[in-house]
Design a protein around this ligand. Structure first.
Ligand SMILES: C[S@@+](CC[C@H](N)C(=O)[O-])C[C@H]1O[C@@H](n2cnc3c(N)ncnc32)[C@H](O)[C@@H]1O
Length: 437
C-alpha cells in the first residue's frame, strides 16, 4: 500500500490524510510533494528505507530510517508570494536547514542522505591577533585528511531576486523568519563585514558569511540549479589565506560541506582556505584589491604581510606557476610526438620545478593536480614503479579532497596495479616503433 500518496483526480488533487483530505492542493504543490517527498523514498532499492511517517499536509514529514543521520524530514509551506516559491525546513538528524528555494530545486533536496564520513575535527576556534576569530589545529594533521563535515544552517537561491521580482532584503527577511531561534542566536554571533547601515544585521551577516554551493540538477535548467548560497555556522569562522591549507566542497549526496586538508598542518597552525581563485590572481596587489572589492577587508595572511622583497619574489614565483601551467601538457606531448628522442628527464624537471614553486607558495589548487598527474605519467612511461606510485598518490590526494571519488578509485587501482595505467611503458614502446630513429 502506497501510504502517503496524494490522489490525483483529473485536475483536482486531494490528500488522502484525514486532516487534509478535503484540502484542495494546487497543481504545483502536488508535483512538488509527489516528486520530492513520496516518490523518491519509494524508489529506494534498499528495503531498509521505508516511509516511516507521513502526516499533516502543510507540515509534511518524511522519515526514511531510524538512524538520525540517514533520515531527513521535509516541511513544506507555501510562501504565499508566488505559487512557485516554497519554503522548506529540512531536518537532518537534529540540524534544521532553513531554505528559500525555487520549487524546481525541491526535487534535488535529498530524501535519502548518504551518511557523511567521520571527520577528524582536530581544530578549535579562538581569537587571531588581526583577523577576528579563526580555527586552529589541535594536533598535527596529515595532507588529504577529512577535517570537517557540516550541514548548512540556511540555503538561499541567488536568482530569487531576479526571477520573482523580490528585493534582496525581502528574500533575506523571509529566510530569517524561518530560522529557528537557537540557530539565529549562533548566526547573529558571526562576523559582519558589510559597510554600516547598508542592510539589516541578519542580512549583513548572511551576506558576510554565506558560501556558494552547487546543487547539481539534471532535471532543471542550470540557472536554477546553480547559484545557491549556504550558511555554515562553523565553517564561517575559517579565515582566508593566499597560501591555504584546506579546500571545501558541498557534497549533495550527504548534503554537507566537507573540508579537506591540502597539505600537512602543524598543531597550532591556523586552518585557512582561499576566498578567491588564486590561479588568476598571482600578485599580492591583485589579490588584495579583489578581496577588498568583494569582501571588504585588507588581506593580512602570512603571504601578504611578508616584507616587500619577499612579496616581489612570491609574485614572480606565482607568475611562473601561471606560465608553466598555461600549456602544461605540451612538454610531455612534444616528447611523445618526437618518438621519445628528447630527454624525458627534462619533462620531469619542468614539472618538478613547478611543483617546488607551488610548495614554496603553499598552493595546491588545480595546476598542482595537473603537474603531479603528469609526473606520474612520466614515471609510468619509464616504468618506474616507485616514482609512479608516489606522484599518483599525490594526485589521488587532490582528487579525494575534491570529492572526485570515482577518479580517486581509478587512481588507487593504478597505484596497486601500475602496469594497467594507459601510458605504462610508453618510453620503451615508442623507442621500439619501426619508424623510430
Ligand atoms: C567569514 S569571516 C571569517 C571569520 C571571522 N574572522 C570571524 O571573526 O568570524 C570573514 C572575515 O574575517 C576577516 N578575515 C578573514 N580572512 C582575513 C585575512 N586574510 N585578512 C584579514 N582579515 C581576514 C575579515 O574581517 C573578513 O571579513
Amino acid at each position: 500500500m502506497r501510504r502517503g500518496f496524494l490522489l490525483h483526480g483529473g485536475d483536482n488533487l486531494y490528500s488522502p490524510y484525514p486532516r487534509t483530505r478535503n484540502k484542495k492542493i494546487e497543481h504545483n504543490d502536488y508535483r512538488l510533494f509527489n516528486d520530492a517527498d513520496v516518490r523518491a523514498p519509494l524508489h529506494f532499492p534498499d528495503a531498509s528505507y521505508t516511509v516511516k511517517e507521513l502526516k499533516d499536509w502543510g507540515k509534511t514529514s518524511v522519515r526514511l530510517a531510524d538512524d538520525p543521520v540517514m533520515s531527513s524530514r521535509v516541511n513544506l509551506r507555501d510562501l504565499g508570494l508566488n505559487q512557485r516559491l516554497v519554503f522548506h525546513n529540512i531536518r537532518v538528524g537534529t540540524t534544521e536547514v532553513s531554505t528559500l528555494l525555487d520549487s524546481a530545486v525541491l526535487n534535488l533536496i535529498p530524501t535519502r542522505l548518504s551518511p557523511p564520513a567521520t571527520p577528524l575535527g582536530a581544530f578549535e576556534f579562538r581569537q587571531t591577533h588581526n583577523k577576528g576569530m579563526g580555527a586552529f589545529a589541535t594536533q598535527n594533521i596529515r595532507a588529504a585528511a577529512l577535517l570537517h563535515v557540516e550541514i548548512p544552517a540556511t540555503i538561499i537561491q541567488n536568482t530569487l531576486v531576479l526571477n520573482f521580482g523580490l528585493t534582496r532584503a525581502d528574500v533575506y527577511r523571509k529566510l530569517i523568519e524561518r530560522v529557528p531561534k537557537t540557530t539565529l542566536t549562533a548566526l547573529l554571533s558571526l562576523h559582519n563585514s558589510q559597510p554600516p547601515d547598508t542592510c539589516d544585521l541578519e542580512e549583513a551577516i548572511l551576506r558576510s558569511n554565506s558560501l556558494g554551493i552547487d546543487i547539481p540538477a539534471p532535471a532543471v535548467p542550470a540557472s536554477v540549479a546553480m547559484g545557491h548560497s549556504a550558511l555554515f555556522l562553523q565553517a564561517s569562522r575559517l579565515n582566508h589565506s593566499c597560501s591555504p591549507n584546506v579546500v571545501h566542497h558541498f557534497d549533495p549526496q550527504s548534503f554537507t560541506l566537507t573540508v579537506h586538508t591540502t597539505r600537512a598542518i602543524a598543531k597550532g597552525e591556523e586552518i585557512v582556505y582561499s576566498y578567491i581563485d588564486l590561479a588568476s590572481t598571482p600578485t599580492r596587489d591583485a589579490r588584495r584589491s579583489l578581496l577588498r572589492e568583494r569582501y571588504n577587508f585588507e588581506c593580512v595572511c602570512d603571504r601578504c604581510v611578508l616584507p616587500d622583497e619577499a612579496v616581489h619574489e612570491s609574485d614572480m614565483r606565482r607568475e611562473r606557476i601561471r606560465e608553466t601551467t598555461r600549456d602544461v601538457t605540451s612538454p610531455f606531448q612534444a616528447w611523445y610526438r618526437n618518438d621519445g628522442q628528447d630527454d624525458l628527464q627534462k619533462v620531469i624537471e619542468f614539472h618538478l620545478a613547478a611543483v617546488e614553486d607551488m610548495q614554496i607558495e603553499g598552493l595546491a589548487h588545480h595546476p598542482y593536480f595537473l603537474h603531479v598527474s603528469l609526473l606520474a605519467t612520466c614515471f609510468a612511461a619509464l616504468e618506474d614503479i616507485r616514482g609512479f606510485r608516489s606522484w599518483m598518490g599525490k594526485a589521488r590526494d587532490v582528487a579525494l579532497g575534491n570529492l572526485a571519488s570515482d577518479l580517486a578509485l581509478d587512481m588507487l587501482r593504478y597505484i596497486v596495479y601500475p602496469e594497467t595505467f594507459p601510458g605504462w611503458g610508453s618510453a620503451r614502446r615508442i623507442r621500439n616503433r619501426p619508424w623510430a630513429v
